[in-house]
Design a binder for this molecule. Structure first.
Ligand SMILES: [Zn+2]
Length: 142
């Protein structure tokens, strides 16, 4: 049995569900899956310009683990760019600081359990039009 992985802490999910190439019909290629923690590693290092040591601390994982996640994320971006494939961002072995939901109509991110029954941008919302984004961590160790 493989050693259980430590859950990676993530502040919030990405604004979008994924990324797709321009000028290519969406149906032409199989999307590549990027996990939330792989997305987070790119955000911390390439967007927030954080040293990898610091990013690892923030995600509560070791520096080598962070580097593996980050390298996988770069690899996914490389494949998507070269093969003109879309990236679908979902799942992973991570835990958000709060509960997050996404409106299935307007794709707006909604933060917190107390707000999960409404999307203020969709006037005729229904509760079941929100998708919970937090990965299920019940079978993993903290
Ligand atoms: Zn909405």
């Amino acid at each position: 049995m493989p050693r259980p992985q430590k859950v990676r802490k993530i502040l919030c999910p990405p604004a979008m569900s994924g990324f797709s190439p321009y000028g290519i019909p969406a149906t032409d290629s199989e999307p590549i899956i990027m996990t939330f923690e792989e997305f987070e590693s790119i955000k911390l290092v390439n967007y927030e310009k954080m040293p990898q040591e610091e990013a690892a601390l923030l995600m509560q994982i070791s520096r080598p683990t962070f580097t593996r996640i980050y390298n996988r994320a770069l690899n996914i971006i490389g494949i998507a760019f070269v093969e003109a494939r879309s990236i679908q961002i979902e799942g992973g072995n991570c835990e958000f600081e709060r509960e997050w939901f996404r409106c299935t109509r307007c794709f707006k991110l909604i933060e917190g359990l107390e707000n999960h029954s409404k999307c203020t941008d969709c006037p005729h919302f229904e509760k079941n039009e929100l998708t919970r984004l937090n990965p299920d961590i019940k079978d993993r160790i903290a």
